[in-house]
Design a protein around this ligand. Structure first.
Ligand SMILES: NC(=O)c1ccc[n+]([C@@H]2O[C@H](COP(=O)([O-])OP(=O)(O)OC[C@H]3O[C@@H](n4cnc5c(N)ncnc54)[C@H](OP(=O)(O)O)[C@@H]3O)[C@@H](O)[C@H]2O)c1
Length: 310
């Protein structure tokens, strides 16, 4: 049974990781309608000012620091955890991404729902097999981001433990490939094509992912919050269409005339398509056709690259 979305308007919502790629469209959509608080280290003060100008209250805290949340507000209706850190330090990344998540949940234990953004990077490589939520986990992204998959798996475990132990309704959403008019992986590919840089792909082609447009994830977050349970709902979160890197690059080529140069690399991530059954049952299919989303992205970010008449 699909869930009914929670009301964003008028709610007090804490968003962590507010200066990141995924959060930006969410904040733009919710600022002014919800009472938003943003938490990050705010290493770049300009990013903090930009949020404050949108009416977002900002809290500076390093989630890796065990004392960082002391004295900070805790009276939120919802928390959306989009903070993530990817350094090469396992100590720091596990402290921020996993322990920090546990402390944040305890700090905000009276929320109506806690949404933790995970990643399909938690799944073991399995070729073209669409990954269902019960599929084996693995250190998928090790070659590019040494600590990422392990700390995302650790974070999920902390989230389940704290939610069950302390009765906090939570959802873990395993995000595929987010993109939109503020960028994302297909845009990086376009920049690589422009620079004539080779794009590494796994030799088992096509390399399938579920591109998720920002308009879709902004629409789905209130449903993911509504799906939260104290036993924790874990669900894949991607676009309903699986698309290959090869196919979206071919489309970028159609739009711009730039040619992708693919380089086979067995160490590249490889296909990570999701089984979307549980997602569809809970929150329904996504709406944005990937070609339309990619076209809008190029029109917004790199209009000078479009072929005349495209
Ligand atoms: N982008 C993708 O392609 C993708 C794909 C799958 C899943 N996801 C997941 O989606 C979520 C959002 O990802 P994203 O790409 O938007 O992240 P991002 O662009 O790397 O941004 C990370 C955010 O986390 C904050 N942050 C980092 N370290 C922190 C710390 N120690 N304490 C507090 N805040 C910290 C950063 O701000 P400061 O540096 O100022 O602290 C920033 O606001 C993450 O859970 C990620 O795993 C993303």
């Amino acid at each position: 049974m699909p869930v009914q979305p929670v009301a964003i308007a008028g709610s007090k919502i804490l968003i962590t990781g507010p200066t990141g790629q995924v959060a930006a469209p969410v904040i733009d959509a919710w600022a002014g309608t919800a009472e938003l608080t943003a938490l990050a280290r705010f290493s770049d003060p300009a990013q903090r000012s930009a949020l404050e100008e949108k009416g977002v209250r900002c809290l500076a805290a390093d989630l890796a620091d065990p004392t960082a949340l002391q004295g900070l507000p805790d009276d939120f209706d919802y928390v959306v955890n989009l903070a993530v850190v990817k350094t090469d330090s396992f100590d720091y990344d596990l402290a921020a991404n996993a322990e920090g998540l546990g402390r944040l949940m305890l700090h905000c234990r009276n929320v109506r729902a806690f949404l933790h953004m995970s990643s399909t990077a938690v799944y073991e490589y399995a070729g073209h097999e669409p990954r269902a939520e019960g599929a084996p986990l693995g250190d998928n992204h090790r070659t590019m981001f040494p600590t990422y998959s392990i700390s995302k798996i650790a974070a999920e475990t902390v989230c389940r433990f704290v939610a069950r132990q302390f009765g906090i309704p939570a959802t873990i959403a395993r995000l595929s490939v987010p993109y939109g008019n503020n960028g994302g992986w297909p845009w990086y590919h376009l920049l690589m094509m422009e620079q004539g840089m080779p794009i590494d792909v796994h030799p088992e082609r096509p390399n399938l992912y579920n591109l998720l447009h920002a308009d879709d994830y902004v629409e789905k977050l209130p449903l993911l919050l509504a799906a939260a349970t104290t036993d924790v709902t874990t669900v894949n979160f991607g676009g309903s269409q699986a698309v290959g890197i090869e196919e979206w690059c071919a489309f970028l080529s159609e739009l711009t005339g730039l040619e992708p140069e693919f380089r086979d690399n067995p160490a590249a991530f490889g296909s990570l398509a999701i089984d979307s059954q549980r997602m569809h049952d809970l929150i329904g299919p996504t709406r944005v056709d990937w070609r339309e989303g990619v076209r809008n992205m190029v029109t917004t970010l790199s209009p000078q690259l479009l072929k005349p008449g495209t």
